[in-house]
Design a protein around this ligand. Structure first.
Ligand SMILES: Cc1ncc(COP(=O)(O)O)c(C=O)c1O
Length: 445
């Protein structure tokens, strides 16, 4: 028996032994197409020679130095690169080792900002239902993933809560998209008023919602409306781009497509592409300067922040994305993926919605298309699809609880930016077959 505490305590997953390009191979010699990059991580695929070379070179020179004593060339160069390509003004970078740490750091940075500018009464965060911001206690608290939160709820800080921007289910019959968007913004403003806007530190949201909803972009103007409301009340806007950022949706930062500049952006998965554990918070000078002039110290830190090897890997990943024009590739191949999904699954009686942006697509499954009735959660359709896909040599990221943490099933696709059109067709073929196989196994049918 394995001594590792795996995600499931009742099953040991296959042992991965090798990976190259879009494929992962297990110890039994089975080869899988990695069509979700794990959880939207492997943006360059596996074994990219430029990233491996950068990591080898860094390890040979300096694997690690504690940031309480030193900075490193690698982390300085990565911060320069990120600042250069960031939305206007977001040129300060705090490095961490993953997405949850990035969110924790953003929450604390936002709080400390207000303490240092003489607004210590700001103690509340507002965030959305059906969102995910990480599994550490602060990040779990702002997240609105009911299933993940339930048993830990007594340990979590109180957070103001509003609806997600989830047009497929929540726009009413006869309601225009503009009216729906305005309804959401009115709800957000009402929540700010309920809490007292002068008590709110920040609004936290995923610009394109990832694992919890399954690649749901906002309606046009929603994030601009959010930005305006935050500005009106002096509230910071934290965009959690841990999953949707770093090129996944076809722009380096997902907010670019919305014409919005947040105060803080969290990034992680696609930053290092899985080659090393790394995340970051991009912050505006507006947030950082009062701290620099005040205490002069962000009261935070972990042992591995600014890790040189992680920074070298991430810099190489980001340089390859620029060098090889991969943001344009994401947009083009994303169009191909959307087309292939529409052609293959668009009229499927159990596919309710196909959505997403770039190489970040979600497929929501329903028992009945017209009424959008979901499958009985007890059937665990999402888990059946994952198992069928793996048995057929395909890795996708299905999840249940799409609607409210309990009901609803979706599949998330997030293939590497280097995927070819032929590989996309193969992914869609295998996915369609896996969905059929999972549906055929349901007791209802
Ligand atoms: C939007 C978002 N924020 C935060 C996290 C947490 O990241 P990590 O798992 O690296 O801690 C995730 C992970 O899926 C995420 O999707």
């Amino acid at each position: 028996m394995s001594h590792v505490i795996h995600r499931s305590l009742s099953a040991t997953p296959p042992i991965a032994v090798a990976a190259q390009g879009i494929h992962i191979t297990d110890r039994d010699g089975r080869r899988y197409i990695d069509a979700s990059g794990g959880a939207a991580v492997s943006c360059l695929g596996h074994g990219h020679p430029a990233v491996l070379a950068a990591m080898h070179a860094q390890i040979d020179r300096l694997a690690y130095a504690h940031t309480g004593f030193f900075t490193s060339e690698a982390s300085e160069a990565l911060a320069d690169h990120l600042a250069q390509h960031a939305p206007p003004g977001l040129d300060q970078v705090y490095f961490v080792s993953g997405g949850s740490e990035a969110v924790e750091a953003a929450l604390k940075l936002a709080r400390q900002h207000f303490v240092e500018i003489g607004q210590p009464q700001r103690t509340m965060f507002v965030a959305r239902r059906q969102s995910y911001h990480g599994n550490t206690l602060g990040a779990l608290a702002v997240g609105g993933n009911e299933w993940r939160r339930r048993q830990f709820a007594p340990l979590l800080i109180d957070v103001g809560r509003v609806s997600p921007c989830y047009e497929y289910r929540d726009r009413r019959e006869g309601e225009s998209q503009i009216a729906y968007t305005q309804r959401l913004l009115d709800e957000l403003d009402a929540e700010f008023q309920r809490l007292g806007p002068e008590r709110v530190i920040a609004f936290v949201a995923e610009p394109v919602v990832g694992a919890t909803l399954g690649a749901v972009p906002p309606t046009p103007g929603y994030l601009r409306g959010v930005r305006a409301l935050c500005d009106r009340h002096g509230i910071l806007f934290i965009a959690d781009e841990v999953m949707c950022g770093m090129g996944r949706t076809g722009t380096l930062h997902a907010v670019e497509a919305e014409g919005v500049v947040p105060d803080l952006i969290t990034v992680a998965k696609g930053l290092g592409g899985g080659y090393q554990p790394i995340g970051a918070v991009l912050a505006s000078s507006k947030v950082i300067e009062p701290i620099r002039r005040g205490s002069g110290l962000f009261q935070h830190g972990h042992t591995y922040i600014g890790h040189p090897t992680a920074a070298a890997a991430a810099l190489a990943v980001q340089q390859v994305i620029q060098r090889d024009g991969l943001l344009a590739a994401v947009r083009e191949r994303g169009d191909h993926l959307a087309r292939a999904l529409r052609d293959r699954l668009g009229a499927h009686p159990h596919v309710g919605d196909l959505r997403g942006r770039g190489l970040f697509m979600g497929i929501e499954l329903v028992q009945d298309r017209a009424s959008k009735t979901p499958f009985d959660p007890a059937l665990k359709l999402h888990a059946r699809i994952k198992a069928a896909a793996m048995a057929g040599g395909l890795l996708v990221y299905p999840m249940g609880g799409t609607i409210d943490g309990r009901r609803g099933d979706h599949v998330l696709l997030a293939p590497p930016f280097v995927v070819t059109e032929a590989e996309i067709d193969q992914i869609v073929d295998r996915l369609a077959a896996s969905i059929e196989q999972a549906l055929a196994g349901l007791p209802l049918r």
